[in-house]
Design a protein. Sequence first.
Length: 158
Amino acid sequence: MKTWVENIKEEYNLSKKVLEEYREKLDLDNPKNKEEDKIVGEMISDMKYALDWLNRGRRPGNRRGADRRSVYQRTSLMEMDIFPDLNLNHSKRFLQDDEKVMIVDVLLELSARERQCYLLHMAQGMSYAAIAEELNLSRRTIQQYVERAKAKIKNKVA
């Protein structure tokens, strides 16, 4: 049983052969046929490009595919600090006063250390390791504080 890629390759090869045969039959002495020859040539070129892409599994002409990029190219988008002015167009929603009071009440249920670790992790987006380094604690301790805070918040809100 053939895969869909093999079926497409077959169809493209047949279509390319038909176009090549048609191009050979054109009378190039006729000015209209010269334009037709140019268009058919571009179509054949596009077919070859697509077939090359299907056969290689990556963009033709590239020496390496995206899966073989260097570590710096793969991770650059993960470092959002590199793009501080990137406008992601988030729609801003302002909290009502009663929502603010509820959030403060929930946060006051946490111990000072739980609140600090929870806010640094959830609101500031810091990793456990970064928080641990800043507070001079172990990463596992920070993780436990955040997990405990999440559990308390879940119980309070539920």
